[in-house]
Design a protein around this ligand. Sequence first.
Ligand SMILES: CC(C)(COP(=O)(O)OP(=O)(O)OC[C@H]1O[C@@H](n2cnc3c(N)ncnc32)[C@H](O)[C@@H]1OP(=O)(O)O)[C@@H](O)C(=O)NCCC(=O)NCCS
Length: 137
Amino acid sequence: MTPEALAALHRAAFATERAWSADEFRSLIDSPHCHLTSDTHGFALWRAVADEAELLTIATHPDHQRQGVARSLMQQWMRAAARTASTAFLEVAADNAAAIALYGQFGFDVMARRVGYYKRADHAADALIMRASLPPT
Ligand SMILES: CC(C)(COP(=O)(O)OP(=O)(O)OC[C@H]1O[C@@H](n2cnc3c(N)ncnc32)[C@H](O)[C@@H]1OP(=O)(O)O)[C@@H](O)C(=O)NCCC(=O)NCCS
């Protein structure tokens, strides 16, 4: 997937967040320790440093949601990350029920909350920091 395609899919999937530009994706993909896991209708961007992995973002195109795309991406990136990392982290808005349910299926638990972190048009949503253990491969 090109940086332009990633930016277009990100813009389509994230209704309430700022869209990431193609240049931002290019720079992330080129940065050390950053990895892209993708298929036709979705992608996960993550990084692994030392013993820890972090999911930076994951998205499925709205026309292809609820078809197991994100589940497959989670399986792939967590399996790859487990080669070097033992713990995975991510951050998610507390009002993003779909993503929280997805992460719960993969063993992520809330370890911290940043109150009012995400500014919306008419309110602020908390950010949840979630953590999961990665099984040794
Ligand atoms: C969150 C997101 C990536 C899920 O992608 P998806 O491909 O539709 O997810 P899947 O079909 O693989 O679903 C896997 C599990 O996620 C959860 N899930 C996905 N969409 C859901 C929804 N709309 N409501 C509740 N749970 C949902 C369910 O637990 C689901 O398992 P189930 O089908 O057995 O119930 C997708 O909704 C998306 O791109 N959202 C916008 C971007 C975003 O919020 N990314 C996360 C930022 S931290």
